[in-house]
Design a protein around this ligand. Structure first.
Ligand code: XLS
Ligand code: NI
Ligand code: NI
Length: 437
């Protein structure tokens, strides 16, 4: 049975096409900088937004028309697997991501939940084997259930910590079964509301304790995916410990986790932290910790995670520039952690939204590749820092030949003639526009 009988596999038809169900820019096998687009982009579809989101908001009822809802929760879960793989295949997306509770009903006990997970992930495995589609990452949802109110790794209650450990252990077993390339930790409840009742150091020590157990178990289990922490400054917690890339790197280094943990960076989380996405990617890249990305975009007029499909070509170009300069994103990928707007409630919007995101990334990739080929940004930067290599004083500072006294003497001698060059940044931005349009 097909959930999208009216839509064939989406093909690349080019910019002039009038067919809504076609790629206008994403051409999977087209070579860009020596590699097919699909290898640069490694697109993944997120199970949660695509399969379980119903379109409700704090003020309104569900809007989404979804034809996979069955008579029981398990029936719905099974239908979703069918529909999900149809979406992946029709889009030509080769990867997917999920939380444990996205795929299987929680049931009435931990045993029931784990059994449901086994049954559904067996089905998923069959689909993976049939289609060649791969698991980019899975994760445990340790933020929705009331038991996680005060966190999972950072909880005040050791019994909740044990429950979280059981969920993560199962997540790692599933990762092994499905050959997951990465495993994600997003700590939506790993944070605090007020210091009046919080031992911040103790809570962070405990998150690290859980992560060390994770590494030990993965080694014992014979399957060690790349572990990723996904920073986000707030929401649902008022203050989340993994605030942004830099804060999360400090945590990773502080607890000696850098051998096993990298970052999964999300565009909308970057803007919530007051950063651009490219800033977060650059920080990760400088730590050699750019693991994977959650592709979406926020609404600058709203203060929460709107998880919109990415359609802003400039932002995506600058993100792709970082990814290319990183030498690629593998074994990570570009996961559409994005949901259709409440008004896009039709089944077909799930395909149209992903097509829009994939086309935007294809455009961003092509522009970023051209920027790199032309060394456009590289030249702007080389010129801006040029005096470090063209002047004697620049060279001798870098060679470690100067100290405060010698530089002070230099400043007294040349102080009145020291003059900065203009950066002409408006001109730079205007030329960048020529690359985009
Ligand atoms: C929420 C996060 C979440 C993670 C996975 O804001 O983006 O969806 O990606 O738990
Ligand atoms: Ni995310
Ligand atoms: Ni998010």
């Amino acid at each position: 049975m097909s959930y999208f009988p009216q839509v064939e596999k989406i093909q690349f038809e080019g910019k002039e096409t009038k067919n809504k169900f076609a790629f206008r820019h994403y051409n999977a096998d087209e070579i860009v900088l020596g590699k097919p687009m699909k290898e640069h982009l490694r697109f993944a579809v997120a199970y949660w937004h695509t399969m379980t989101q119903d379109g409700s908001d704090p003020f309104g009822m569900p809007t989404n028309e979804r034809t996979w809802i069955g008579a029981t929760e398990m029936e719905t879960a099974k239908n979703r697997v069918e529909a999900f793989f149809e979406i992946l295949e029709k889009l030509g997306a080769e990867y997917f991501c999920f939380h444990d509770i996205d795929v299987a009903p929680a049931g009435d006990s931990i045993e029931e939940f784990m059994n449901n997970l086994d049954e559904i992930t067996d089905l998923i495995k069959v689909k993976m084997d049939q289609t060649g589609i791969k698991l980019l990452w899975n994760t445990a949802n340790m933020f929705s259930h009331p038991r996680f109110n005060n966190g999972a790794g950072s909880t005040n209650d050791p019994e909740v910590f044990a429950y979280a450990a059981a969920q993560v252990k199962k997540g790692l077993d599933i990762s092994k079964k499905l050959g997951g390339a990465n495993y994600v930790f997003w700590g939506g409840r790993e944070g605090y509301e007020t210091l009046l009742n919080t031992d911040m150091k103790f809570e962070q020590d405990n998150i690290a304790r859980l992560f060390k157990m994770v590494i030990a178990y993965a080694e014992k289990n014979g399957h060690k995916p790349q572990f990723l922490i996904e920073p986000k400054p707030k929401e649902p917690s008022k203050h989340q410990y993994d605030f942004d890339a830099a804060t999360t790197m400090a945590f990773i280094q502080n607890y000696g986790l850098e051998g096993d943990f990298k970052l999964n960076l999300e565009a909308n989380h970057a803007t919530l932290a007051g950063h651009t996405f490219e800033h977060e990617l650059r920080v990760a890249r400088e730590y050699d910790a750019l693991g994977s990305i959650d592709a979406n975009q926020g609404d600058m007029l709203l203060g929460w995670d709107t998880d919109e499909f990415p359609t802003n070509v400039l932002d995506v170009t600058l993100a792709m520039y970082e990814i290319l300069q990183n030498g690629g994103i593998a074994p990570g990928g570009i996961n559409f952690d994005a949901k259709v707007r409440r008004s896009s409630f039709a089944m077909e919007d799930l395909l149209l939204a992903h097509i829009a995101g994939m086309d935007t990334f294809a455009r961003g990739l092509k522009v970023a590749a051209k920027l790199i080929e032309d060394k456009f940004i590289e030249n702007v930067i080389a010129e801006r820092y040029g005096k470090w290599s063209s002047t004697d004083i620049g060279k001798s500072i870098l060679a470690g030949e100067e100290d405060l006294e010698s530089l002070s003497t230099y400043a007294y001698k040349h102080g009145d003639t020291i003059k900065l060059e203009s950066s002409h940044i408006e001109y730079v931005k205007s030329v960048l526009n020529d690359y985009l349009f």
